[in-house]
Design a protein around this ligand. Structure first.
Ligand SMILES: [Zn+2]
Length: 193
């Protein structure tokens, strides 16, 4: 699935638990973390027509989709979190939600399945793949992304914070206010007192 879908998966997952702002961010980011290896697409595209193209994306994409990197991310979350154990474990789960989503629907445009080498780089004995895997741009991914966005908007409206809180508290507050003005909870709230 796309990094956007993974991010909102992590956000909705984090919001199933009672957490502080920083811990919510850590768990949300843990769900996108495996795709950090996809950043190689930038140097690869930039050097595509040069005499020494860097094939970082082709070589390394999906190389961080494994248990070892999951444990590293969980350890980082543990170190930075307010609730160390809870957030560390939830970050580990969040990372695995990403792997699960990729097994479901990340077939490449060429039909390649990108099996997940779960025990890499130590062993290639365990490859996770599913025959029914749909492609990256197939409708289930679009539907899942829309549903996650709707849930994120509803959570923002209901709880008073959105993923924007990771960037700017002011932007987040303005966003929630706009949502609540547009969709008032009760008639009373829009009437002047
Ligand atoms: Zn991925």
């Amino acid at each position: 699935m796309s990094p956007v879908a993974h991010f909102f998966t992590g956000w909705v997952f984090a919001n199933c638990f009672d957490l502080e702002q920083r811990d919510r961010a850590l768990i949300s980011l843990a769900c996108v973390a495996p795709d950090v290896d996809g950043l190689g697409i930038i140097p690869e595209l930039l050097t595509r027509n040069s005499s020494h193209p860097l094939l970082w994306f082709s070589l390394y994409h999906h190389s961080l989709h494994n248990l070892m990197f999951a444990l590293i991310i969980a350890a980082i979350a543990f170190a930075l979190a307010a609730q160390e154990w809870k957030t560390g474990l939830l970050a580990l789960l969040s990372f695995h939600l990403h792997l699960f989503e990729d097994v479901l629907g990340s077939r490449g445009p060429d039909g390649y399945q990108w099996p997940i080498s779960y025990l890499a780089p130590f062993s290639s004995s365990l490859q996770l793949a599913w025959r029914g895997q749909w492609s990256l741009n197939a409708w289930p991914n679009i539907l899942i992304t829309i549903v996650l966005l709707m849930v994120t908007l509803w959570l923002a409206w209901q709880r008073g914070f959105s993923p924007l809180e990771m960037i700017s508290a002011r932007a987040d507050a303005a966003f929630v206010m706009t949502l609540r003005r547009r969709f008032p909870r009760t008639r009373k709230e829009i009437e002047p007192s």
